[in-house]
Design a protein around this ligand. Sequence first.
Ligand code: HPA
Ligand code: ZN
Length: 326
Amino acid sequence: ASLVALSQAMPKTELHLHIEGTFEPEQMFAIAQRNQVALKYDTVDALKDAYQFTNLQDFLDLYYQGMSVLLHEADFYDLTMAYLNKVHSENVVHVEIFFDPQGHTERGIPFDVQIKGIRRALEDAKKQWGMTYQLIMSFLRHLSEDSAFQTLKEATPFLDWIDGVGLDSSEVGHPPEKFANVFKACRDLGLKVTAHAGEEGPPDYVWQALDLIHVDRIDHGNRALEDEKLIAEIKHRELTLTVCPLSNLKLCVVDDMNDHPIRKMLALGLMATVNSDDPAYFGGYMNDNYQALIEQSKINRNELYQLAKNGITGSWMDEATKRIHL
Ligand code: HPA
Ligand code: ZN
């Protein structure tokens, strides 16, 4: 079989996925209409035409606009279920999903409304297909650490439903050190910890994610490749990198898919994985990301196998479930 066919058929995990980034324009318009809220764009095509980004912030501006039509528990359920249906059809067997509570509480949507809808869809997918999951609450780094603490407080009744915490949104100017205290509180609660680092931010931000946030994983991590000592430290700590090829291309983190750094990461012995980040905005789900790496970055069979395996070993599923998949 061709490598592309193999990549489609193989069981996959997704470790870097923002549920609000799976909001397809068609569904966005349907939910906007149902909720009687206006979108800034008149048609699905006009909205899609706006998906041309030169950097992370360009994307984030549209991402926050898009999620603003989510009002009710059913909206969060429908959004999550649509994503899970899609990746189930792509042989994804385990997902670790971020949600951005502050993107919703800031506009008056209570924390419980969000998490109840998302969780119910995840549970339904587990019952229907045996798909396993972890749920990761992500703090918005352009907001204050106080706001992150407030979010953690609102999450307290639901801590049994939350496996880990992350850090996302505008990276440059908002280094991990800004959130050292709240991540310490999260670790003390037994939550796993990850952070977006080195997507646009410098290697120093990745160092901060390691030494001040004590991450269990790194989201993106591309710019870690600029610092040899940092590469060695990431290897020493056996930290997984959740790499997002199509995201990197759309946000101009890489210039050309023909030389995406994921091959270099593997060659260096880094635990890189393949993920879709915000598939509705970046032009592809899991299989599209693998296909781009195969056809354009020219990854070979060994590399494909290693990436899939890293997706299992680097996940936060329990060790018994990992052994089933390995
Ligand atoms: N980077 C930072 N923040 C985000 C992203 C991302 O790729 N996707 C959604 N929020
Ligand atoms: Zn991301």
